[in-house]
Design a protein around this ligand. Sequence first.
Ligand code: PAF
Length: 280
Amino acid sequence: MTRPQTVETIADLRATVAAWRQEGLRVGLVPTMGALHAGHISLTKLALQRADRCIVSIFVNPTQFAPTEDLDKYPRQLAADLDSLAHAGVHVAFTPSAAEMYPEGFATRISVGGPSAGLETDFRPHFFEGVATVVAKLLLQAAPDCAVFGEKDYQQLCVVRQLCRDLDIPVEIIGAPTVRDEQGLAMSSRNAYLSPAEIGIARQLNKVLRRAAEALRSGAQAADTLATARQGILDAGFDAVDYVEARESLTLTPWKRDRAGRILAAARLGNTRLIDNLEI
Ligand code: PAF
């Protein structure tokens, strides 16, 4: 088991990638904020199937957190993360500091239209600008052939695809299926905030969404089905539902029955906000 090379600066990252390119190797990138779990490891596996070398970036990106959110509290566990990446056969862990990514005088934000409208943006208006800005930087820094993002953050995946298309960033964006525990709870670094009782409640979210997706597939009316799902999430013990919506899979515009669709939800449990989504 070889530990990944830890690279902290953009210059060192570029030099490492340039050496790989000299050898004709394909490069894959998996952007993360650390606190790695089985979901992230599945992304690295996909990257390693599609590329000869895999870089995992670990950077808790301040620009995607609002001042009221959990930036300071967000779980940080670099040593454990490096162990997991060693087991996964990842070649480089890119762990830049905030000053390396956002040096003094940094003044650019990328605002992606299209799929960033609504859903998360209604509740976290700053979020996708921060994500798009840091993802664009990471893609320009690592210049990978492919980059892997989880379908767990489905709207983020759509926004990243739109970003790369619109800015002609020459990278293949690969979406990876959500990894779930034995009861269907989507893996998330934020699950670490949940008490055992809250985990029991959190596990109901995917079940409610599964029932709703089945109902929609068998012809049930969307408004009624989504209202039932919202109530089901509250009945399971969640404190609030930010949204439960059916959207078109590619554009995230409201779902029409003849199109591929996705049901997406965000709900709050104590101070923790959980998101999940399923294909209809
Ligand atoms: O999904 C995440 O962990 C983050 O939003 C990402 C893509 C690494 C950007 O900071």
